[in-house]
Design a protein around this ligand. Structure first.
Ligand SMILES: [Zn+2]
Length: 296
């Protein structure tokens, strides 16, 4: 959507709970930012969005989300993601294989990803790819999927969306050795949950840092420190929905509109306005994913 009525903050009265109605939905945080937001990482093809995706999209538009980047965990998802991009013009997507999806890795997977990326200009990244040693310990197997996808990103001149859990060290070893020979693609560390020192190492390699609902969690002190410390031109915000709903919806199904809660918490931690955070994170997402002008 390139144009539309100017956004104005919701009047406070709209944000108050409906008196006497115990079942009223918790209202979205108000006021919404003047600058648009980008949900830089979401998953909407899961069954739990089957019934109400129109309402979900109405809420993200109401919350000021003007672009979304849909992640991909394995190639069989691509037709469904592409269909969503047909349905929602503000949606862009990545193609890739998640480190915990080694069961879906085939000898022709790179060719399938390449073909999908070249066939559709709405493919803006390769991912999500990465390393996850929290749930599994098959590091070698995960590296065998990671490396060809990093090569593919370089070949296609696309950024990567990196999932990295309990694996900062081996990921840094891999990316640094590539960086030394000029073969490290650009990209984003999605759903950031590492330490400030790890963040600095990924920043030094040129990566962006993306904050999700975990930044709203009370005990996520390392993530809070990262949000304070990250340079204004190097961070994004995301939901990773349907997972990781931010406070005050923790434990519920997450959805793109709630990226506003993530941006609010980042603003609070940085001592900045919501407007500043919306503007910075959206500018950064546009730069990283080269979102075209028809996506505001
Ligand atoms: Zn994801």
């Amino acid at each position: 959507m390139a144009s539309g009525p100017p956004l104005s903050p919701l009047p406070l009265a709209d944000a108050a709970p409906v008196p006497g109605n115990q079942l009223a939905e918790t209202p979205l945080p108000a006021p919404r930012p003047m600058a648009p937001l980008v949900d830089s990482h979401c998953h909407l093809i899961f069954r739990n969005f089957d019934d109400d995706l129109d309402a979900v999209s109405a809420r993200w538009r109401e919350a000021g989300v003007t672009a979304l980047v849909h992640a991909c965990v394995e190639p069989a998802e691509i037709p469904a993601i592409r269909a969503l991009a047909d349905r929602f013009p503000e949606l862009r997507y990545a193609v890739g294989v998640h480190p915990l999806d080694s069961g879906h890795w085939q000898s022709d997977t790179v060719a399938v990803l390449r073909q999908a990326a070249q066939a559709d200009r709405r493919v803006v990244a390769i991912g999500e790819l990465g390393l996850d040693l929290f749930r599994q310990s098959n590091l070698e197997e995960q590296l065998q999927m990671l490396r060809p996808q990093l090569d593919l990103a370089l070949e296609l001149d696309l950024p990567v969306i990196i999932h990295c859990r309990d694996a900062a060290e081996p990921m840094l070893v891999e990316l640094r050795s590539r960086g030394a020979s000029g073969r490290c693609p650009g990209g984003v560390m999605h759903c950031w949950g590492g330490t400030p020192a790890e963040m600095e190492a990924f920043l030094a390699l040129g990566f962006y840092i993306s904050f999700s609902g975990t930044v709203t969690f009370l005990k996520a002190e390392a993530t809070h420190q990262c949000a304070r410390q990250v340079p204004a031109d190097r961070y994004l915000v995301e939901t990773d929905c349907p997972f990781l709903a931010p406070v005050p919806r923790r434990g519920k199904r997450n959805e793109p509109a709630y990226v506003l809660s993530v941006a609010e918490r980042v603003a609070e931690l940085r001592g900045e306005s919501l407007e500043q955070v919306a503007r910075a994170s959206t500018t950064n997402a546009h730069r990283l994913f080269r979102l075209s002008n028809d996506v505001v």
